[in-house]
Each structure stands twice: as C-alpha cells, then as structure tokens.
Design a protein around this ligand. Structure first.
Ligand code: 13P
Ligand code: SF4
Length: 306
C-alpha cells in the first residue's frame, strides 16, 4: 500500500472510530504528518483529555500511553506498538524506588514523567523536562529531595536550585547519552554562527556547551523566536521534521547521527492502521495505580511556572 493510501485509510478510520491520533515529537515524519496533534508526552496527554474523542491512538513509547490513560480513564488508549518501551523508564522499578524511600525516610520524591505509572504512583510529585526546576523549587520546606529516574535532568536542576540537596536515581536516556562534547565542538567549527540547543537529558558536559537548554516543546519556541538563522539540535532526530516545517528560512543541524531513539522509530503507518482496524493494544492503568499516579501528576500541574 502506498503511504498516501495508508494515510487516507487512517484518517477515515479515525473518523469512524471517533478517535484522535497523537504523535510525540520524536516519531517518524510520516506519523507526525498524519497526526491530529504532535507534541511532548505530557502536553499531548493533557490535550487529549480535553477532546470529545472516544479513543486516543498514542504514537510514542509506553509510559506516554499510560499517562494518557491516567488522565483519560474513560477513553480507550490504543498503543500501536506494545514493544515500544523507554530504556530510561525501565531503569527504575516501583520496588527499587520504595527501597530508596526507606533509605531516605521522609524525603519528597520528584519523578520525571518519563517513568512507568507504578513508579509515579509511589512518588510525591511529577516533573517534565520543561518544569523540573520549578517543581523542585516548589518543595519549599524540603532541604533534601529524591529525583528519579534521570540523573542528567537531576544534575540540570542542581545548577539552579542551590538550597536543596538532590539525591538522584542513576538512570539516563541512552539516546541523549550518546551525544558527547566532541560532536558539538566539531559542528561548531563548521557552523560558527549556529546556536547549540540541548535537551536536559544530555550529559552535563554537553549541557555546559549549550546556548539554550530546553524540552522538545521549548526548542520549537526558542528556534522560532530566536533571531539566529542556524541551530545545532541536541535531541532525538524526529524533532527536525517540525523545526524545518515551521522555520523554512532557518538551518538545523542534528548534533550527532547517533541521536536516534530506536523505540520511537518502531511505530509505522501500517501499525497504526492495524491497531485502528482491530481496536487492539489497549493500554489501561489499574485504578489502584492510576489514582496515586494521577495525584503526583495533578500536584505537578498545580505548580505555577517560575
Ligand atoms: P520531552 O518531549 O518532554 O522534552 O521529552 C523528551 C523525551 O525523551 C521523550 O521520550
Ligand atoms: Fe526514552 Fe530517551 Fe527514547 Fe525518550 S529518547 S523514549 S527518554 S530512550
């Protein structure tokens, strides 16, 4: 089947099923093209919870489909590739976190949304890569805070929050971890006027070289509003599709060819079509996990941005 036919069949089925198609910013170009909404994981789930649609097709990785289900328990969340996991989310388990909490009794736990629902359920508050600093600052009475699972995001927070000790879980994103300072220095030599924009999941020594550190959504805003004409992009390559589409007169260089998340690339148009035809691969979070996980997400959503 041609790509055009696949896309039109998907569009038709989405209407018939009263479903909405969401794609994370790292998805394949053709998935982002056919999606009703593209965005970061939490932004997508929040938008989806506001729609009238009965079903959500989530193209991303498993924890994102879980977040959609946590926020929209009355909608069917279809996840075309059940094998699309996140290695960073898998670096922490609920039991592991419970054990850490026992080692540090009474400390608040801040968990990055890139985590499984059962890990969120034993956390006090969630954060995203966009609001992590504000969330940690909001814990006014805490002198020490546990942050999970991304050690690099935790390190990034320590640059801004000087009055608290952050005890970081030792997880990381293998995709962002592949980017090293030499990659940036080489590209900077070839493109001296380009600004380097890094995701906070990058290693601290890479973040040190950044002109701007931002979440994927923050990168869209920064590159659109910046007067600069060239950018070196330090995050997963899927982000380039919309950056180029929204800024046809600007140039974008991926900081390294290694910036590909294999899990984000698993979902194909065929997978989306089959999942919609069969209405299979439903992700649903059991109530005993969903309710405490939602409390951690709601607490985060209640914190005003700095
Ligand atoms: P954001 O889109 O929230 O910046 O997350 C990046 C990421 O690694 C998602 O898997
Ligand atoms: Fe997980 Fe990193 Fe892939 Fe995002 S890019 S899904 S954090 S492995």
């Amino acid at each position: 089947m041609t790509m055009r036919k696949l896309k039109s069949d998907i569009k038709k089925l989405l209407k018939e099923r009263n479903a909405i198609l969401l794609a994370h910013n790292y998805q394949r170009d053709e998935i982002q093209e056919v999606a009703d909404l593209t965005g970061d994981s939490l932004g997508l789930s929040i938008e989806a919870s506001k729609t009238e649609a009965k079903a959500i097709v989530f193209c991303g990785v498993h924890f994102m489909a879980e977040s959609a289900s946590i926020l929209s328990p009355d909608k069917a969340v279809i996840f075309p590739r059940m094998d699309a996991g996140c290695p960073m989310a898998d670096m922490i388990t609920r039991d592991g976190l419970v054990k850490m909490k026992e080692e540090y009794p009474g400390l608040p736990v801040v968990t990055y949304v890139n985590s499984a629902a059962d890990v969120k359920a034993v956390s006090d508050i969630c954060c995203t890569s966009a609001n992590a600093v504000s969330i940690v600052r909001s814990l006014k009475d805490a002198k020490r805070v546990i942050m999970t699972p991304d050690r690099n995001l935790s390190h990034y927070v320590t640059r801004f929050v000087k009055d608290k000790e952050i005890i970081a879980w030792d997880g990381f994103c293998p995709t962002h971890e592949r980017l090293v300072p030499e990659d940036i220095l080489k590209l900077k030599e070839r493109h001296p006027d380009a600004l380097f924009v890094a995701h906070p999941e990058c290693r601290p020594e890479v973040v040190d070289l950044a002109d701007k550190v931002a979440s994927t959504s923050g990168m869209y805003v920064f590159c659109r509003e910046s007067a600069a004409r060239e950018f070196i992009i330090g995050t997963e390559m899927g982000i380039l599709w919309r950056l180029k589409k929204d800024n046809p007169d600007k140039k974008f260089y991926l900081a390294s060819k290694k910036l590909i998340c294999p899990n984000m690339k698993l979902t194909t148009l065929e997978d989306v079509l089959v999942a919609l035809e069969k209405m299979e691969n439903i992700v649903s979070v059991p109530e005993e996990i969903r309710i405490p996980a939602k409390i951690a997400l709601d607490r985060m959503l209640a914190v005003p941005r700095d």
